[in-house]
Write a protein that binds this ligand. Structure first.
Ligand code: ADP
Ligand code: ASP
Ligand code: MG
Length: 408
């Protein structure tokens, strides 16, 4: 019998009515003859509430305790979902991460899944149960509860689908698929029937929160059939992630715009311009398991240079602490500055590989809007710029129009 994994995000389980609606989607699939595994997020707003409580108790909270606290939101929803199913006359059982046994590394607050034991789940599925798994959480080798980073329930779902060799992983959320950009910022954004895997990976990693990046990576690695659809209109077929590269010459050059308001820029000024400096700055940051994004080293002058990079806003305090305590004096830097009122905006498209003039069109459009860019970075299928957070919406709207994304 084929297995379908269905993941319901925060707004899809926001209250008892939404949980019942999600339960009915699962029941419909079950009644069609599939085995069903549900993955649930915390009810919307719950994770933020739990994070705030941690911060009130201890600024930059100790991460082992943070994980044991913020993982509780999902446990509540998984129990409620199981109750809802049982109340409707079905056999259902809730599972926390460690009950399934979703084994992760020990990187608290951003752990990676290493292994999933599927024996218990399979036994229950074969006995006619609908399994409800708490998303976002796992357990490390020492038995500590871990969490997978914001949006991590997507990754729980895709990883489970891979482990169980599910026929499909369906991500139910509050929009009916993947759009050319966030439809909450650009109402003219167009829903895509399918999206190329590489583009989806870029969209996610560049800030489109609709799927956690690691979930897309998992889908690519294990060829999990992945679809994003709305729990509010479940009959709409949503957007499918497709793994074959598009070859159609008529396809648009740019297929999406992503942005990220969660990054902050760090500038290290007056750094001696000599070999090994980048490593001396970024080494201690990597050791603290902080991800660094756009990295720019300016042209040196008089033996000195400036070094700029971005980190997630919630890693900024830790980053500054490391730089001030371990790096600044060591490398004899003049000053360390930061700016957390920035945003990163990226245009994405496989078509960029074979077209020129995309960057100049992007910069011309932003210039015509009078918007200032502080940093630019590019790869084969994307161009990213850093700008002031307050200009972001205007920039996204202008680029969406300039690249005719409202017409595809
Ligand atoms: P969930 O709680 O279901 O996991 P998320 O808030 O994490 O939902 O993700 C869904 C949200 O992603 C949408 O409400 C939308 O605002 C946002 N989003 C950003 N970029 C896109 C995009 N390109 N297409 C669709 N939604 C997007
Ligand atoms: N509840 C977690 C979060 O808000 C995980 C998730 O919803 O995917 O980030
Ligand atoms: Mg999400």
């Amino acid at each position: 019998m084929s297995i379908i994994v269905q993941k319901f995000g925060g707004t899809s389980v926001a209250n008892p009515e939404r949980i019942k609606a999600a339960a009915n989607i699962a029941i419909k699939t079950f009644n069609q003859g599939h085995q069903v595994v549900l993955v649930v997020s915390a009810m919307s707003g719950e994770t933020n509430k739990l994070i705030k409580l941690c911060d009130e108790m201890m600024p930059s909270p100790e991460l082992r305790e943070y994980d044991s606290i913020v993982s509780t939101g999902e446990q509540v929803t998984s129990g409620l979902m199981a109750l809802s199913l049982i109340n409707l006359g079905f056999k259902a059982k809730s599972y926390s991460g460690h009950q399934v046994k979703i084994e992760t590394d020990g990187a608290h607050s951003k752990a990676r899944i290493l292994n999933i034991e599927d024996t218990n789940l399979k036994k229950d599925l074969n006995n006619g149960f609908i399994a409800v798994v708490a998303g976002f959480q796992g357990i490390d080798k020492k038995g500590n509860i871990t969490t997978l980073g914001r949006g991590g329930s997507d990754t729980t779902a895709v990883a489970l689908a891979a482990a169980l060799k599910a026929e499909e992983c369906q991500i139910y959320t509050d929009v009916d698929g993947i759009y050319t950009t966030d439809p909450r910022v650009v109402p003219e954004a167009k829903k895509l029937k399918s999206i190329n895997f590489e583009e989806m990976l870029e969209m996610a990693s560049l800030g489109s929160k609709v799927l956690q990046t690691r979930s897309v990576e998992f889908a690519g690695k294990y060829k999990v059939k992945l679809r994003v659809l709305s729990s509010f209109s479940p009959n709409n077929e949503g957007t499918e992630i497709n793994f074959e590269e598009k070859k159609n010459m008529e396809d648009p050059i740019i297929s999406g715009i992503a942005f990220n308001r969660d990054e902050a820029e760090v500038n290290i000024l007056g750094v001696p311009d000599m070999p090994g400096i980048a490593y001396q700055i970024l080494g201690p940051i990597a050791e603290a398991n902080i991800d660094v994004d756009v990295i720019i080293q300016n042209l040196g002058q008089d033996g000195l240079t400036d070094f700029t990079f971005t980190v997630q806003k919630n890693d900024l305090k830790r980053t500054l602490k490391i730089l001030n305590e371990k790096v600044k004096d060591h490398i004899k830097a003049r000053e360390i500055k930061c700016d957390d009122e920035i945003a990163k905006l990226s245009i994405i498209g496989v078509g960029m590989k074979s077209h020129v003039g995309v960057a100049s069109k992007m910069f011309r459009t932003l210039a015509e809007e009078g918007l200032n860019i502080s940093t630019i970075s590019t790869s084969e299928i994307k161009i990213s710029v850093i700008l002031e957070e307050k200009s972001l919406d205007k920039a996204v709207k202008a680029l969406h129009k300039a690249f005719d994304l409202d017409k595809i």
